[in-house]
Design a binder for this molecule. Structure first.
Ligand code: ZN
Length: 297
């Protein structure tokens, strides 16, 4: 029966084949489009906190803005914290803010566990080991699990400190964009904020266009750094969120449907993918730090 009908079906099959070819044409174009870089997603990080100040606490202000703002509610960030620093994690208010950061879905990560913002390269082996053990234990107390991420103070690391981080299961995260607000207190204008972020994102765009950046969950994580101890940054954080979206538009870098991370697990996957694998690699650091550390090595 089917053999008899076969000749009758031939034109039908030809039409079907033609339709298939026509249907394939747009999919070829779609394949080409998929070679475009993945949309970017801003991964916000904050260094040096929490603030132990009882007056208009900037860390609390940052947490409030991340939770509620005009761009995207419920943004989750990574806080590279100082668990034992004076006027920071060592204070009662600081401790409460560390717990609040975790409870609100943010990631607590290692920055320092000394009473000051000590450079890990200037600690001897025993001092560094003590700091790392203390800090990991501190963070585990707040979160219930061992920290996975570290950002060294002053962005400064070498093969020795890198190996010590690895021994504690810590992955080193640097940054792509920086507000350069670690040392600038109070004086910064809107024009500079935008121009600064535009410059940093423009540099990153070259690597993004060449597909040199990892894609995680369909997006390209772009790491942005602020200092939550900086009252000015805390007070204009909502402006910064708008600026980031604005410079991405200007540079024609499409953002994910949710431009900022809002899930702790996704945020952690993205950060781990962007962490430094090779201690000898010399990524560009914010401000003058690349110049300083490379000229001092
Ligand atoms: Zn710092």
């Amino acid at each position: 029966m089917s053999a008899l009908l076969y000749p009758l079906r031939l034109p039908y099959i030809c039409r079907l084949l033609l339709l298939c070819v026509m249907a394939l044409a747009p999919s070829v174009q779609a394949d080409e489009l998929s070679a475009q870089p993945a949309p970017i997603r801003f991964l916000l990080t904050f260094d040096d906190g929490p603030s132990g100040s009882g007056f208009a606490n900037p860390t609390a202000q940052v947490l409030d803005v991340l939770a509620r703002n005009n761009q995207q509610v419920g943004i989750k960030a990574i806080f590279f914290v100082q668990t034992r620093a004076n006027r920071s994690g060592a204070t009662e208010l600081g401790k409460a803010l560390l717990q609040r950061e975790h409870d609100e879905g943010h990631i607590l990560a290692f920055h320092t566990a000394t009473t000051s913002h000590a450079n890990h390269r200037f600690l001897d082996a025993a001092e560094l080991e003590l700091a790392l053990s203390n800090g990991c234990a501190d963070l585990q107390m707040y979160t219930g699990s061992a920290p996975k991420l570290i950002r060294p103070p002053f962005w400064n690391y070498d093969a020795r400190t890198f190996a010590a981080y690895q021994a504690h299961g810590l992955h080193l995260l640097l940054t792509d964009l920086s507000a350069n607000d670690g040392k600038i207190w109070g004086i910064n204008f809107s024009l500079n904020k935008r121009r600064n972020m535009l410059q940093h994102l423009r540099l990153l765009r070259e690597r993004w266009r060449k597909d040199e950046l990892p894609v995680v969950d369909g997006n390209t994580p772009v790491v942005v750094t602020f200092h939550d101890l900086n009252r000015y940054s805390a007070s204009v954080l909502e402006d910064y969120l708008e600026i980031l979206l604005d410079v991405a538009r200007e540079l024609e870098m499409p953002t994910a449907s949710k431009a900022f991370y809002d899930d702790r697990d996704e945020l952690e996957r993205a950060a781990l993918a962007r962490s430094i694998r090779d201690p000898d690699s010399k990524p560009t650091l914010p401000g003058f730090w690349s110049w300083l550390w490379q000229s001092s090595n």
